[in-house]
Design a protein around this ligand. Sequence first.
Ligand code: ADP
Ligand code: MG
Length: 172
Amino acid sequence: MDAHALPDPAGFPARLATAGPAATEALGARIAGLAPAGTVILLYGPLGAGKTCFCQGFCRAAGVAGEVVSPTFTLVNTYPGRTTVHHLDFYRIEPQHDLDDIGVPAILDEVWEGRAIALVEWPGPLLPALGDAPRLELLVLPGATADERVWHLRGVPPLPDGWAQPAGEGPC
Ligand SMILES: Nc1ncnc2c1ncn2[C@@H]1O[C@H](COP(=O)(O)OP(=O)(O)O)[C@@H](O)[C@H]1O
Ligand SMILES: [Mg+2]
């Protein structure tokens, strides 16, 4: 499968919009407030959609003190905070690249033992290692205006009904 393929938004039962980068950072911060250690968040969306912006807001609210920069070239950035946050981005990973070499098994063990959180942009290459492990999945797509982004949400296992807003009904 194309490692850069995006999932179909129809498969995401909940959605909301952000009106600019500050609103996306605030969304990340709100979700950080709901995310205990052990949380895995997968972020799908085209380049420039706002995945890293979300992670910056998330990390700040999770107690990360320093600058949060895109791990596009490093593949993994790890930040100490109230909980360790591993920020991964597999956009530039080569097909022959071994996830073991960048410490993915140790990162997943740490998360699954409840000692860290993982935020993963372009998560395609990680999916086989994740299997059916619980996570929140976000798909961010351009909105109606230059600064609007529409965030589609789903969970594994599925989010409780209260999260769901049927696609096509009501405002974002
Ligand atoms: N609503 C919005 N949410 C997030 N970013 C936005 C929004 N509107 C405009 N932007 C701009 O889009 C870009 C998003 O970049 P980034 O977060 O690095 O994207 P990605 O990680 O998805 O490639 C930034 O330049 C940001 O200022
Ligand atoms: Mg990014």
